[in-house]
Write a protein of this length. Structure first.
Length: 168
């Protein structure tokens, strides 16, 4: 099973009483990395898991722009377009979601996301990807000159989703 992770700060950096991770503002972009689509353009479960994590981050950091990055079209749909549609369908304002639909590799995700960040005025990023991909993705984004901040483990993500979910 693929797990989700965001950037690089541990739970110990938050006050012990905090129920939620710290919110960020427009200087901090939430960057969600794509994952190969099905031949019909549908999303694979690992990509939906990344989107769940990115959506949770976006709910917590309402001023942060969201960048979805990934090309590799299937049935005329890029990873970025599929991700943007998923986020917008769940209520994120379309003008908050920025598409980077040309990247074919993690290196290109980093390089092209850096360009989008420059265009929208973001200076650092919370990186959303799968746990097994995180070390390589972090190194690639740092090499592209992006300051990557923030993380919480899958257990913390599920705690966060419980806090955000409507109570019965």
């Amino acid at each position: 099973m693929a797990f989700l992770a965001l950037g690089v700060v541990t739970a110990a950096a938050r006050p012990a009483h905090a129920d939620l991770p710290p919110a960020h503002g427009p200087d901090t972009a939430i960057v969600i990395l794509g994952y190969g689509l099905e031949p019909d353009g549908g999303m694979r479960p690992e990509l939906v898991e990344r989107l769940d994590a990115g959506y949770a981050a976006a709910l917590m950091s309402t001023a942060s722009p969201v960048i979805v990055t990934g090309g590799n079209p299937q049935a005329g749909v890029t990873e970025a377009r599929a991700m943007a549609d998923w986020l917008i369908t769940r209520g994120l304002p379309p003008d908050r979601v920025h598409l980077e639909a040309a990247a074919r590799t993690t290196v290109e995700n980093a390089e092209y996301s850096a360009e989008v960040m420059d265009e929208i005025g973001s200076h650092d990023a919370v990186l959303i990807t799968s746990a097994d991909h995180l070390p390589r993705a972090l190194a690639t984004f740092v090499a592209a000159g992006i300051s990557v901040i923030g993380t919480y483990t899958p257990d913390e993500l599920f705690d966060l989703l419980r806090v955000l979910s409507p109570k019965p």
